[in-house]
Design a binder for this molecule. Structure first.
Ligand code: BES
Ligand code: ZN
Length: 898
């Protein structure tokens, strides 16, 4: 391995930059293979830096063409340049200008970092450390400058030229085929927020008037001909802007806001100041090509990147250890936006499902790390579920603890105090400490300690004293680098629900009446919002005035990212499904019962026949009672935990085949005993009227498709007939894809025919073909690996396009538990070979694929040995990228998580 693969960056080593850059003038002459960049940097020594330090600028694969200091060309002895850095040992001690000319090749840039080409257009991606691939720079987020960018290009090739900030000039270059545009961004920003775009692009636009009455031109640029597919994104942008004004008092601060959709992008989207660049899958949508879930993602990501304008751009991060300061907070904000625009409980359940599937998984893996890591080898590997999703949960807990009003006051103070600065997690927390007068130092442990806390609760009812006591204990398992753990400050939202075996007459019980029967129950340890702050290793709380044994409803709304164990019998959980006033806990109750049964079946320790009967009975009557009132919620309730969820719950010596059999068996049992209501809902919710992506219509589709899935599990013949009919008659991609997905679970000629026809129908729609790749990669049958390698030869597949690679290979590794984890190790060897191939083109993408191995230590011993061998074969390879080298070595390290 190269020596730099071992270099570690540490939080404790942070020191301010020795030099500052106040202004950047960039002149970029776009050319497919030889783009010229002239950067004029107005610089000065930092009063907080070291007085005699040399000036060392970062570079990455750069080619220096010329260098001048205060207008004078430097001679070879006055500087040292390599592709990785530019050093001037004797830099001036007064303000100076440095003029740097570099030449770069955007066509050869397969890493998709810095300036590259996508679909014939030019675009950039600079976060986290991509600006140094454009010019030598102090490429760190605490160096903030005002940028002016002049872009010049061939008029035919790139009629559209976009930059950060506002357009200030433009025109043709006399006597040539070229033209130029000048953009000026008045807001000082770090280099990672720099962007430019040049190309042939179509456009949709509208004017937005801000709360103070300023007009802003909003525009979205897409591949010509696809303009109408950007309408939904534009509408989501407008709603996001309005929401941030209303909920956080945040107004937009430039005359224009541009979004560009590109087809080759490592991530989902990027919040460059005034010029967001998006993976086109998160912009383009039409009923024919996008599912309800795509629409929801587009809305959330448009909002997320827009919200960064305040949480990330106006207030940025001091260093990359503070990444959660912008990402966790902005995820929290986009979650709140989606909850307000859609159904709050349904959205909360969806958030928690992803949190558990991704973040809890990461926390239990060798890649576990704190929300604010203390060291990294490659920062790209820290854009993780932990930083993002657990980071958002921390903000949510803070709001739960201090209340909405103080939360808003704290946010206001944070913006006021930190606007225009590069801030830290401490700056964020101190704003809330100040407005509330609270000491948040214990709470801050959430940023430092990794691993998912486990909270165990036991209830004791004393009928004579009419008291109900809850005994809490907590512990957090060891994780890499953190063998010992302290107690966390855990907000537990809770309530008591009446047992209620009595109302079996089927009469409609008013749910809130159930809570009211405990109106006399009191507990002084709860705050006015019903939250108990559990911040010691053990604690107990007691309710008085409790006449009969209640069912405790704990962690309502999932008030903290912990694993709760509470040994309630199944009947009591099913009482919660029926009566809890908290929708999240109603869903959770059904999931907990289902999970117990699935784990029992998978381990073969429990026949569980009666219990499965009880669960399906409860689900049937839930459907009959509640499904039509909130179909989206009902769809979540009747969907069993995934195979990956069950594997995580089992946690060690996992046998994916046994889990797959258990889940299939349960789906079949539930499908059979609920066949009548399922069929009734399937018919009643049939596709009617023109498609609309709104949450209510999407909810009806999701319930109908959940019914279809269970009906097919109950009886393959019925399922196939229904799915084929739906596939042929569907008016939209949601229903079409759902039916094709059901067909993929039913082997045979009908399925193969349906797959072939779908592929043919959408042969010119890459984003739809990605769904088609994903469905096939997820088929849980022998032969899928061969199918996947076959599909790699499909004309639409490309190993250099991240969306294609993730859709086919990423889905195989992340969604197909049984085939990726084949006992013979072929799935692991396949992924290892792809990782090595992709690493030569795009290390970031390769490293992400490699994280599919993070569950390897949970597997039973034969699979574990196979996975380890595959990982070692990667580790042995010379010249691994830093990205892949980092993930593979952490995955193999001993210690911490199992
Ligand atoms: N700032 C990130 C994009 C990014 C991440 C750039 C890593 C470079 C490296 C952006 O704001 C972001 O978080 N995007 C997410 C989507 C979001 C809705 C969570 C993404 O790209 O996945
Ligand atoms: Zn973000």
């Amino acid at each position: 391995m190269r020596t730099d693969t071992q270099q570690i960056v540490r939080l404790e080593d942070y020191r301010p930059s020795d030099f500052l850059i106040d202004r950047v003038e960039l002149d970029v002459g776009l050319h497919p293979t030889a783009t010229r960049v002239v950067a004029t940097l107005t610089m000065r020594p930092n009063p907080e830096g070291r007085p005699d330090a040399p000036l060392v600028l970062d570079g990455d694969e750069l080619n220096l063409k010329a260098l001048a200091l205060n207008g004078r060309s430097l001679s070879a002895e006055e500087f040292e340049a390599s592709p990785q850095s530019l050093t001037i040992a004797q830099a001036p001690r007064q303000p100076f200008t440095l003029t740097i000319e570099t030449e770069i090749n955007p066509t050869a840039n397969t890493k998709l970092m810095g300036l590259y080409r996508s679909g014939g257009n030019y675009c950039t991606q600079c976060e986290a450390e991509g600006f140094r691939r454009i010019t030598y720079f102090l490429d760190r987020p605490d160096v903030m400058a005002v940028y002016t960018t002049r872009i010049e290009a061939d008029r035919e090739d790139a009629p559209v030229l976009l930059g950060n900030g506002n357009p200030v000039a433009g025109g043709v270059v006399d006597g040539s085929d070229r033209h130029y545009a000048v953009w000026h961004d008045p807001h000082p920003k770090p280099s990672y927020l720099f962007a430019l775009v040049g190309g042939r692009l179509g456009r949709v636009s509208k004017t937005f008037t801000t709360m103070s009455g300023r007009a802003v031109d909003l525009a979205i640029y897409v591949e010509p001909g696809k303009e109408s597919r950007a309408d939904y994104a534009l509408d989501a942008l407008e709603r996001s802007m309005r929401w941030d004004e209303r909920v956080f008092g945040r107004e937009y601060d430039l005359d224009v806001f541009n979004i560009v959709a590109v087809s080759d992008f490592n991530m989902g989207a990027m919040e460059n100041k005034g010029l967001n660049i998006f993976n086109d899958k998160y912009v383009l949508a039409s009923p024919e090509t996008a599912t309800d879930m795509d629409y929801a993602h587009i809305e959330a990501i448009i909002a997320h990147e827009y919200f960064h304008n305040w949480t990330g751009n106006r207030v940025t991060c001091r260093d990359w250890f503070q990444l959660c300061l912008k990402e966790g907070l902005t995820v929290f904000r986009d979650q709140e936006f989606s909850s307000d625009e859609r159904s709050r409980p349904v959205h909360r359940i969806a958030e928690v499902k992803t949190l558990r599937a991704r973040q809890f998984l990461e926390d239990a893996s060798p890649l576990a790390h704190p929300v604010r890591p203390t060291q990294y080898r490659e920062i790209n590997n820290f854009y993780t579920a932990t930083v993002y999703e657990k980071g958002a949960e921390i903000v949510r807990m803070l709001r739960t603890i201090i209340g909405e009003a103080d939360f808003r006051r704290g946010m206001d103070l944070y913006f006021e105090r930190c606007d225009g600065t590069a801030a830290t997690v401490e700056d964020f927390l101190s704003a809330f400490a100040e407005v509330t007068g609270r000491d948040l130092s214990h709470f801050a442990r959430w940023y430092e300690q990794s691993g998912t806390p486990r909270v165990t609760v036991k209830g004791h009812h004393d009928p004579d004293a009419k008291t109900f006591r809850l005994d809490f204990t907590q512990s957090t398992p060891p994780t890499p680098g953190q063998p010992e753990k302290g107690a966390m400050a855990i907000p537990v939202a809770l309530g008591l629900v009446a047992q209620d075996g009595s109302d079996q007459d089927g009469s409609d019980q008013d749910d809130s009446a159930q809570d009211r029967s405990w109106a006399n129950a009191a507990c002084e340890r709860l705050d006015s919002r019903g939250v108990f702050l559990f911040d010691k290793p053990q604690d107990s709380i007691t309710f008085t005035g409790v006449t009969s044994r209640p069912v405790p409803s704990l962690l309502r709304g999932f008030s903290a990212p912990v694993k709760l164990s509470l040994d309630l019998p199944n009947e009591e959980l099913l009482a919660l499904l029926r009566h809890d006033t908290d929708a999240f806990n109603r869903w959770q109750a059904a999931q907990t019962v289902a999970m117990r049964l699935l784990v029992g079946l998978a381990k073969g320790v429990d026949a569980a026949d009666q219990d499965i009967g009880a669960l399906s009975g409860a689900l049937c009557s839930f459907m009959g009672r509640d499904a039509l009132a909130d179909p989206a919620f009902a769809a979540l309730v009747v969907t069993l935990p995934s195979e990956a969820d069950v594997a995580q719950e089992i946690g060690q010596d996992v046998d994916p085949d046994a889990i797959h059999r258990a889940r299939s068996q349960m789906r079949q049992r539930i499908g059979r005993s609920c066949a009548q209501p399922l069929q009734r809902f399937y018919d009643a919710l049939s596709d009617s009227g023109p498609y609309s992506p709104d949450a209510a219509s999407a909810g009806r589709r999701s319930l109908r498709n959940a019914c279809l899935d269970l009906l097919a599990a109950a009886d393959a013949g019925t399922g196939e007939a229904l799915a084929v009919r739906q596939l042929e008659s569907a008016s939209n991609m949601t229903d079409r894809l759902a039916s094709l997905s059901v067909l993929t679970t039913l082997p045979g000629a009908v399925r193969e025919e349906a797959i072939a026809r779908f592929g043919d129908r959408y042969r010119n729609e890459p984003l739809v073909l990605d769904k088609w790749f994903t469905l096939q990669a997820a088929i849980p049958e022998d032969g899928t690996l061969e199918r996947v390698t076959g599909l790699m030869q499909h004309p639409a597949f490309s190993i250099s396009n991240p969306n294609r690679v993730r859709a086919l290979i990423g889905s195989f590794a992340m969604l197909n538990q049984v085939q990726f984890n084949r006992a013979d190790g072929a799935g692991y060897r396949f992924l290892a070979s792809i990782v090595l191939r992709v690493d030569e083109l795009n290390p970031q993408l390769a490293a992400r694929l490699l994280t599919a191995f993070s569950t390897w230590r949970m597997m039973e011993s034969a699979r574990r040995a196979q996975a380890e061998q595959a990982l070692r074969s990667i580790a042995q390879k010379p010249n691994l990228s830093r990205d892949v080298g980092d993930i593979v070595s952490r995955s193999l390290e001993e210690g911490g998580a199992k």
